[in-house]
Write a protein that binds this ligand. Structure first.
Ligand code: SAM
Length: 394
């Protein structure tokens, strides 16, 4: 079995010592157990899965002070701090070379690592993004504003690397916040393009240093194509895509629908979504920057009884208030997808009062970790399926 040399210590993934076949079996069994505990009586489809190695398109590594600065991921026991990495089998064949090169650069410049307990030091995170179909790399170094980065040298040594993919973009990000997350207070493009580009099927997607993109592109394309097929939309029907991100699901559905409206809280991500729609020549999709619940309560009226509502919220799922707003909206059909089966199943049990759950279908976007994407189809109880086929719009 293929096991990363850092597996016993690194907290990046926890299941590499279990065969992938067994992981799939256990993940599906966990979803079944959750469904039982919330009395969800629906069909659970087989898990969709793909290549379990080198699948991630983004990692955020952390700098830490040891004897010199190291760069890597938090240990399985978080209190043991960061462990330095020379490979990352769930991410990229190029990861080790890039990390080692950056470690050499920061140590030869005597930069210090940031200490989150006393808010001192300079180096915080190394962000690497790698597209899987177009083989482009974007690198961002996140620091506090306490020192000056030798930008010229940083770009030079990275560009001198011999890698499988090509470095197309390098950023310096300044983050003085107390938060553990990477906050893009200031970002400076040091080299190349502002964005890298991924290709999923016939669509091109722009990916910025700070934009959300499905973490596993090889699975994302399977997921988007299946969603499109399940939608059975006609050119008379409208789609509302809440938490739309950079527009992935909406763009695939726009090929069949009359129109799609995507709603997303982040203006930067919406800007990316608009560029994606434009560069793929999709004219029947619009995007709105708005918090999802606020949108439903203030601008939702025209979507009362909408043919298809898509929801793909963050891990925390939907709040009680947004569930109530969705029930008031009375969409004929709901596609609910989530990377957190627990919050999904809990929300499904709340939506069950007005919707039949046709099925739940897992997609393993995250091999060797406990995470799992689950997609579900819900049909409004008071609504007949024949009307969906007729393509009646409200
Ligand atoms: C799981 S991602 C959606 C991905 C997208 N459907 C795709 O396929 O690329 C969730 C998105 O919801 C956005 N978001 C988080 N909270 C939100 C809220 N309260 N209202 C609207 N959007 C929100 C995030 O910025 C993120 O882009």
């Amino acid at each position: 079995m293929n096991i990363c040399q850092h597996f016993t210590l690194c907290g990046g993934c926890r299941l590499q010592d279990i065969s992938y076949k067994q992981q799939i079996k256990e993940k599906r069994a966990n979803v079944r157990a959750l469904m039982n505990s919330f009395s969800i009586d629906a069909r659970l489809k087989k898990i969709n899965y793909g290549k379990p190695w080198y699948y991630r398109n983004k990692m955020e590594f952390t700098f830490s002070d040891r004897k010199g600065v190291i760069c890597g991921l938090y240990s399985k026991k978080k209190q043991e701090g960061v462990i330095g990495l020379t490979e990352c089998l769930i991410f990229s064949v190029d990861a080790g070379k890039i990390i080692k090169c950056v470690e050499q650069f920061v140590n030869s410049n005597n930069y210090s690592a940031y200490n989150k307990y006393n808010h001192t030091g300079f180096l915080r995170n190394l962000i690497i993004r790698e597209t899987k179909f177009t083989h482009e790399i974007m690198i961002g170094i996140a620091t506090t504003g306490k020192e000056e980065l030798d930008k010229h040298e940083f770009v030079k040594i990275l560009r001198s690397l011999k890698l499988r993919s090509t470095i197309k973009s390098i950023y310096w990000i300044v983050n003085n916040s107390f938060s553990d997350a990477v906050v893009f207070e200031r970002k400076e493009l040091l080299f190349g393009k502002k964005i890298i580009q991924e290709k999923l099927g016939k669509f091109k997607f722009n990916i910025g240093i700070d934009t959300f993109f499905q973490v596993n592109p090889r699975m994302a394309i399977k997921f988007y194509k299946k969603i499109k097929n399940y939608s059975r939309l006609s050119r008379k029907q409208r789609v509302l895509d809440l938490f739309c991100g950079a527009g992935g699901i909406g763009m695939f559905l726009a090929q069949k629908a009359k129109s799609v409206c995507g709603v997303e809280i982040s203006p930067e991500i919406i800007q990316m979504a608009e560029q994606n729609a434009q560069s793929n020549n999709i004219k029947n999709i619009t995007f709105i920057v708005q918090e999802a619940r606020r949108f439903l309560n203030t601008q939702g009226k025209p979507y009362k009884g909408v043919d298809l509502l898509v929801v793909n919220p963050p891990r925390c799922g939907l709040s009680n208030r947004i569930i109530r707003a969705i029930l008031r909206l009375e969409p004929k059909k709901i596609f609910y997808s989530s990377c957190n089966p627990s919050s999904l199943i809990e929300n499904l049990s709340q939506l069950q009062t007005a919707y039949y759950i046709e099925f739940i279908e897992p997609f393993d976007f995250f091999p060797h970790t406990n995470h799992l994407e689950c997609f579900s189809v819900l049909n409004r109880k008071a609504f007949q399926d024949k009307d969906i086929d007729n393509g009646d719009s409200p």
